[in-house]
Design a protein around this ligand. Structure first.
Ligand code: AP5
Length: 208
């Protein structure tokens, strides 16, 4: 299955993709995670990306498209993929369409995870991740076990200011993907409000 996940920051894309990747046995490709790995390694791309990410802005299309092109050329993608956070602009969506045509691959669906802006800030500011397992927690909605509390990380772009810029970038640059994929009859809307299990059940239903 080849799926794209679109939705505002903090909608639960990463949380739900982590659940579906094992269920569907296909790789979870998150451009945000790829940039964070590049930042950690201190690569030139990581240095460039960090500046944009901390400001809550998008990284340039050429950089993202090049990175995804390379990733989609890898062997494991033959089984399918969950693309999380890409595409995020119309030029990225057009580039993906061209790339998939070159690879003779077809998209199955674009999942739009819908969560209103007023719930986003609380979700983002309370997010923590475990650097040892990559598992995402939320201090209130999905609390981590106390014994790992000391090693949990708070993303540098998970501040209230950066979230507001990220939401603006979403509405200005990413929301135009909704009519883009509606016109292609690919868009499936899934309500992202409710418990994580409820959202997973809706997703499974939408995909069946
Ligand atoms: P990226 O990492 O993709 O960030 P994002 O899209 O802003 O999404 P998030 O990871 O913040 O949220 P999510 O939807 O995955 O939510 P999560 O499941 O963690 O991108 C970061 C940056 O990289 C961008 O700002 C940009 O600079 C750059 N970038 C990446 N891709 C790019 C691209 N294609 N083009 C250009 N630039 C790009 O959940 C959030 C929290 O809520 C967690 O704590 C979770 O536990 C909790 N939660 C989840 N579900 C629920 C629920 N149902 N109820 C209550 N809490 C919940």
């Amino acid at each position: 299955m080849r799926l794209i996940f679109v939705g505002p920051p903090g909608a639960g894309k990463g949380t739900q993709c982590a659940r579906l990747t094992s269920r569907l046995d296909i790789p979870h490709i998150s451009t945000g995670d790829m940039f964070r790995a590049a930042v950690k390694r201190g690569t030139p791309m990581g240095v460039l990306a960090k500046k944009a990410m901390d400001a809550g802005e998008l990284v340039g299309d050429d950089i993202v498209i090049g990175m995804v092109r390379e990733r989609l050329g890898e062997e494991d993608v033959q089984r399918g993929f969950l693309l999380d956070g890409f595409p995020r602009t119309i030029p990225q969506a057009e580039a993906l369409e061209q790339l998939l045509a070159e690879l003779s691959l077809k998209l199955d669906a674009v999942i739009l995870l819908e969560v209103p802006d007023d719930l986003i800030v609380e979700r983002i500011v309370g997010r923590r991740s475990d650097p040892e397992t990559g598992r995402i927690y939320h201090l209130k909605f999905d609390p981590p076990p106390p014994e790992i509390a000391d090693r949990l990380k708070h993303r540098s772009d998970d501040t209230e200011d950066a979230v507001r810029s990220r939401l603006k970038a979403y509405h200005d640059q990413t929301a135009p993907l909704i009519p883009f994929y509606e016109q292609r009859d690919a868009l499936r809307r899934v309500d992202g409000v409710g418990s994580m299990d409820e959202v997973t059940a809706r997703l499974v239903d939408a995909l069946s």
